[in-house]
Structures are given as structure tokens and as C-alpha cells.
Design a protein around this ligand. Structure first.
Ligand code: HEM
Length: 443
């Protein structure tokens, strides 16, 4: 039997949806969900995806039939940054081998080092902000701070991790995949175009990163410390060996892992923290409970505070920075009662699955207390994905966001200068129009 076609807009309606999606992708997806239910198709060419919503689809894609999917064709828009061997672009068996090499560097035992790096960057910055009384766009600024923090976690104390020009370029690399999907198809390398700017930034980023990798590999081979301070995840990656004793990761793989870890890490973590701040103002009762909970807590002590933990879980439910998990089918597969052939792009909406009224009471309400008691169904709560692809940086980002909340709300009066609710926009869900914030010494 031929596969059942996935419903979706056609003809004129499809053109209208495409145009609406250019302005607000998430709103367009929500409208299609209301119209067609938990499975629908939309988009054209390389951006045509079959969309799915709900825990049954999540269980199929991420667990029961996980081997029916490839990462390739899903996250193609991130490949120009992270490179072909980044974890997010790797299929089995390469994925397993690479993940085995990367994962130890993000083990929970490293948490003190992550917190120290976070505090070293955010502490003095918050202090300077409070003294100056200046209004800043918190989301934009957080991106600058978090690229430095995560680069430090990945590259250690290497001078490159503190090189402002290099960090600016790394930050800018995420601008291109952050553009609307349709615009990303225009890869015209003419001077002044976004693609040309991207390529120029990537050349500079790669040249400096390869020089750093060469220095570190040579030091490892000679069994001596590299010149200058090092450490960080990269030392662990370089030290990983295959069973035959050879390096687990080639130079190109080291480049791809380093850069994809930094870019995946800073982009999502700064969005999560920005939403945690914004939602404290949109929901004053929960915001007051958060302030009370973090008052005078250290970055270490805040890690175990249940109020902060539930607050952050609810932030990530309503504003998951990774709003969709993407794949491509490698064989026919049935998802949520719909048959798909091989070669179809699939998007699992994390954003809409998190608002499923079959799972969550009052799904649009901000209620951290819903996370009291039993943990949520893992297929209905997916801010970090699930299973073999579960985010390697989940612990790192959670620790850093909690620490940052303690460092900001626990020590200063934080004022959102323009306290309107903000629409979530972008491939990585972020507050539209930024987040104008002022800090003052606490009264
Ligand atoms: C709040 C912050 C973050 C969010 C919401 C987030 C979300 C996610 C999600 C949903 C996935 C699964 C994607 C899939 O199944 O296709 C994922 C994978 C991944 N994340 Fe994160 N992430 C965050 C922070 C980080 C950090 C800090 C790092 C590293 C420093 C990181 C590195 C990765 C990598 C390498 C993968 C691919 C794993 C694999 O395919 O094996 N993420 N992330």
C-alpha cells in the first residue's frame, strides 16, 4: 500500500503559509497544528518537513524507531558552522564513537570548573552594570558573555578562548543559520551578502582554531604541557584513544567538535537565561518566589535549590530554545499513525509537544509547581531531547543558568525596562526585540 499522504496546505494556502512563516515560523506551525492535527507537511524543497507533535511521535522518532532516521537532511542549516563530523550531523556508527570521545568532558564532576568560569565572566560584568546603571540588551550581551564562558569550557585557558576578535567571529557565525530558513537558501558569496560575511568569519575562526589544535596536539604527542595554559574539554578530546592506540578524533573532527560545542552551547544557553529573566517579569508571583529562593545563594548552593530547579524546568517547557528536533527518514516508518517513505525530512515540535493539553493542565500557564513530585513523561518534556541524542551539554547549561540567576537576582535589583511579554522568534527560540535590562545594587 502506498504511504498515506501527510495532510498540509496546498496551492494558494501553502503560499500564504510560506509567507506567514517567513514573518513568524512558530506561529505558522501553531496554526497548521490547529488546522491539521498532530501530523502535517509544509515547506518546499530542502525546507519541506513533515511536522509532528506529541509524545507518541516523540517516542517513535527518539526511541522506538530511532534507527529509521538520519541527522543528515535535518540539521543541514547548522552544518556550515559545525562541519560534517559534528555530533549533531553524525549518523551511526560514527556518532557513537565521536560521542564516546566527547561525553566525558561534560560529566557532572566538571561542574565546579563550569561554575568558576561562569562566575568569572558574569560576576564582574553584573557588578559593572549595577555600578553604571546602564540599560543593556540582556539577550545580546548574554550571547557575548556565554560565547566566552563556553569557549573557556571547551578550550580551557588558551589565549584563543579570551581573544575578543575571535569570540566575536564565533558569535557572528550563528547569525547565518539564525536567519529565516527560506533566506538561508540564498548562498550568494557576493561582497556584503550575509553568506559572504559568514564565509569570511569562518575562515578567520578556522585559521585560529587549527593553529590552536596543532599546538595542543604537538604538546600532547611530545608529552609536555602546551605553551601557555590549556585544560578544558579539548585536552580530554585530544587524549582520547581508539582501541588500537591511535587518536580517537582526527584534526578535522577536533575542529568540528570544538566549534559545534561552542556554538550549540552559547546560542541555546543565552536564550534559556534570557527567557528565565523575561518570564520572571511576565509572571510576578513566580518571579518573586525565584528572587526569594536565590537571595544570597552562591552559584554552587543554588544548584540544589528545588524552587529554582522547578522554575527553570517551567521556563524550558514554555520556551524551549531548541524548539524542534529534526531528522530525515532512511526507511519507511509510521509516526503517529502516518506512514512516511524513506528520504522525508521530519520535524518534531518540542514547543507544541510541551503545550499538549493531553499531558499538561492549563498548558499555557506558567506554573513551576507542576514539576513537584514525579518527573514528567520524558517524551512529553524534551528541552534537551531524549536517548542516544540527548544533549551532551544539558548539565552544563542547567548549572550555568542557575548560577547566573543567583548571581543576578540574588545580588542585584534587576529591572526589565520594557516589561511587555515578548514573542518567541528565531531558529533558537529567543525574545523578539531583545531584553532591555538595568541592574541596581540591591536595596
Ligand atoms: C539550554 C541550553 C541547551 C538546550 C535547550 C539544548 C538542546 C538540545 C537538544 C534538544 C538536543 C537534541 C537534538 C536532537 O535530538 O536532534 C541537543 C543536542 C546537543 N547539544 Fe544541546 N542544548 C543546550 C545546551 C548545550 C550545550 C551547553 C552544549 C555544549 C557545550 C550542547 C551541545 C549539544 C550537542 C553536541 C548535541 C548533539 C548530541 C548528539 O547528537 O549526540 N548543548 N541539545
Amino acid at each position: 500500500m502506498p504511504p498515506t499522504p501527510v495532510p498540509g496546505p496546498r496551492g494558494r494556502e501553502h503560499l500564504q503559509v510560506l509567507s506567514a512563516a517567513g514573518d513568524d515560523l512558530h506561529d505558522a506551525i501553531r496554526t497548521l497544528h490547529e488546522r491539521y492535527g498532530d501530523a502535517f507537511t509544509f515547506g518546499a524543497g530542502p525546507i519541506r518537513f513533515a511536522w509532528f507533535v506529541g509524545r507518541d511521535a516523540a517516542r517513535t522518532v527518539l526511541f522506538e524507531e530511532a534507527d529509521a532516521f538520519s541527522q543528515r537532511g535535518g540539521y543541514d542549516f547548522l552544518r556550515p558552522v559545525g562541519g560534517p563530523t559534528a555530533l549533531i550531523h553524525s549518523d551511526e556508527p560514527d556518532h557513537k564513537a565521536r560521542r564516546k570521545a566527547v561525553q566525558p568532558a561534560f560529566h557532572g564532576r566538571e561542574v565546579d570548573a563550569w561554575l568558576a568560569r561562569g562566575e568569572a565572566v558574569l560576576g564582574p560584568w553584573f557588578d559593572a552594570l549595577a555600578r553604571s546603571g546602564a540599560t543593556v540588551d540582556l539577550y545580546r550581551e548574554l550571547r557575548t558573555r556565554f560565547v566566552r564562558i563556553i569557549a573557556g569550557i571547551v578550550l580551557g585557558d588558551a589565549p584563543l578562548a579570551r581573544d575578543d576578535a575571535w569570540l566575536r567571529d564565533v558569535n557572528a557565525l550563528m547569525d547565518f543559520p539564525g536567519r529565516p530558513m527560506l533566506e538561508q537558501q540564498w548562498k550568494i558569496p557576493l561582497p556584503g551578502t550575509p553568506w559572504a560575511r559568514f564565509l569570511a568569519a569562518r575562515r578567520r575562526v578556522d585559521a585560529a582554531l587549527h593553529a590552536e589544535l596543532a599546538r595542543r596536539e604537538a604538546a600532547f604527542d611530545a608529552d609536555r604541557p602546551a605553551d601557555g595554559a590549556t585544560g578544558g574539554a579539548l585536552d580530554l578530546l585530544i587524549a582520547q584513544r581508539r582501541e588500537d592506540g591511535g587518536p580517537a578524533l582526527s584534526r578535522d573532527e577536533l575542529r568540528d567538535q570544538s566549534l559545534s560545542l561552542i556554538s550549540a552551547g552559547f546560542d541555546t544557553t543565552s536564550a534559556a537565561l534570557a527567557w528565565a529573566v523575561q518570564l520572571a517579569f511576565e509572571h510576578p508571583t513566580a518571579g518573586a518566589a525565584l528572587r526569594e529562593a536565590v537571595r544570597d545563594l552562591s552559584p554552587t548552593d543554588v544548584q540544589h535549590d528545588p524552587v529554582v530547579d522547578r522554575y527553570l524546568k517551567e521556563v524550558l517547557r514554555l520556551r524551549p530554545p531548541a524548539a524542534a528536533v529534526l531528522r530525515r527518514t532512511t526507511r519507511p516508518v509510521r509516526i503517529a499513525g502516518t506512514d512516511l517513505p524513506a528520504g522525508r525530512r521530519v520535524a518534531l515540535s518540542v514547543l507544541l509537544t510541551h503545550r499538549d493539553p493531553r499531558v499538561y493542565d492549563a498548558p499555557d500557564a506558567f506554573r513551576p509547581e507542576r514539576f513537584e513530585g514525579a518527573p514528567p513523561d520524558p517524551f512529553a518534556y524534551l528541552p534537551f531531547g531524549y536517548g542516544a541524542r540527548y544533549c551532551v551539554g544539558a548539565g552544563t547549561s542547567t548549572a550555568l543558568v542557575k548560577a547566573a540567576l543567583a548571581l543576578a537576582f540574588g545580588r542585584y535589583d534587576v529591572e526589565l525596562v520594557d516589561a511587555r511579554p515578548r514573542k518567541p522568534v528565531g531558529m533558537t527560540l529567543q525574545p523578539e526585540g531583545g531584553l532591555p535590562v538595568r541592574l541596581r545594587p540591591r536595596a
